[in-house]
Design a protein around this ligand. Structure first.
Ligand SMILES: [Zn+2]
Length: 86
């Protein structure tokens, strides 16, 4: 099995990581969720670390894709999950 298949790009730093290390955020209809099990489908993006999540939060005004997904209420949950991956 090729590991590259499971690599995804962090939307903030644009490095490639195995998706197990990444936080997936998905948008389903009008709600944004943290997709812990990678099963929800819909539009999604990947973030590799809480630092990147923080940058995304700070930069969302400049990036329409991020503005679409990132909101402050997700931050605590994101931090908890990303810390769990370390
Ligand atoms: Zn990153």
């Amino acid at each position: 099995m090729n590991d590259k298949v499971n690599e995804r790009m962090c939307v903030v730093c644009r490095n490639m990581y195995n998706k197990n290390k990444l936080l997936r955020i998905a948008k389903i209809k009008d709600s944004v969720i943290i997709d812990e099990n990678y099963i929800s489908g819909g539009r999604g993006l990947y973030i590799c670390s809480i630092d990147c999540f923080r940058k995304a939060t700070e930069n969302k005004k400049m990036n329409r894709a991020l503005k679409f997904f990132i909101n402050d209420s997700l931050f605590e949950k994101a931090e908890e999950i990303l810390n769990g991956k370390r």
